[in-house]
Design a protein around this ligand. Structure first.
Ligand code: MN
Length: 261
């Protein structure tokens, strides 16, 4: 028996009355090596009719510190974020790949930082928003790793290293995680702990959970009166069917908007 983790703080984001549509995206894993996914995202950020775009983590495949935002691929991404945020609200929650996106980048880009979890209050509804990794409790090895890299001591020590060294460490960490995943079929990848999710939802008064991380987009009943909407990952570079989808909340409810042609 593992003990359930203590309940988190349920920080609330109140949607302003003039918002008409709110988009959720996650798990784009943007990288210089996947230019089509980047282009699809940049076009989406420019053209979406939504009043707000809420990014629920893993926008970037890797982020090694805010001081990397001034050049190259990171600078182009920051430009897209800033341009979009000048015309609509943009909010960002960290994922397990981009947990080092910090206050400096978000402030520069005019993007609101969201804690994980956040309760969104919009159109008379309450939704719980998380990336998803913190609820994957069965993956003990990952939860130990997460506790380490989310500690301020680890982050201070890591961010004090030169950029090139950080890039090298990040590559090694990615290779290790890819190797772990290769040993498993996608169906065996860890899912969120549903009992804990329902406990959080019950406690926060949120009948709907929106999360990413698992790359298995679906709507699923977790318990009577509690439903989850899992966001799609994006991949427009791997040959085959491109994946790019937005979950959109309006007064009438949630809908999935496929973007890939
Ligand atoms: Mn993730």
């Amino acid at each position: 028996m593992t003990h359930p983790p203590p309940l988190p703080t349920f920080w609330e984001l109140l949607a302003p009355a003039d918002w008409t549509a709110i988009d959720f995206i996650s798990d784009l894993h943007l990288a210089d090596e996947t230019p089509r996914t980047f282009e699809a995202w940049a076009a989406y950020m420019r053209d979406t009719p939504a009043s707000a775009v809420i990014i629920l983590g893993d926008l970037f495949e890797v982020w090694i510190g805010d001081d990397a935002r001034h050049a190259g691929f990171e600078a182009r991404c920051a430009e897209v974020l800033a341009e979009a945020a000048s015309r609509r609200s943009v909010a960002f929650m960290c994922g397990n790949r981009d947990f080092l996106v910090g206050a400096e980048t978000l402030r520069d880009c005019g993007v609101l930082a969201l804690p994980d979890p956040t309760v969104l209050v919009a159109f008379g509804e309450r939704l719980m928003l998380v990336h998803g990794d913190a609820l994957c409790l069965d993956d003990h090895e990952y939860q130990r790793f997460r506790a380490q890299v989310r500690s301020s001591a680890w982050q201070r020590e890591f961010l004090a290293r030169p950029l090139a060294e950080r890039a090298q460490i990040a590559r090694a960490m990615r290779a290790q995680s890819e190797q772990r995943k290769r040993g498993m079929a996608p169906a065996d990848w860890v899912d969120i702990d549903k009992a804990t999710a329902v406990r959080w939802m019950h406690e926060a008064g949120t009948p709907t959970l929106v999360h990413g991380h698992t790359h298995r987009p679906a709507r699923e009943d977790l318990a009577p009166g509690f439903v989850r909407e899992v966001l799609s990952d994006w991949d427009c570079d791997t040959p085959g069917t491109p994946r790019a989808e937005v979950l959109r909340l309006k007064r009438g409810g949630l809908s999935r908007i496929p973007l890939a042609r």
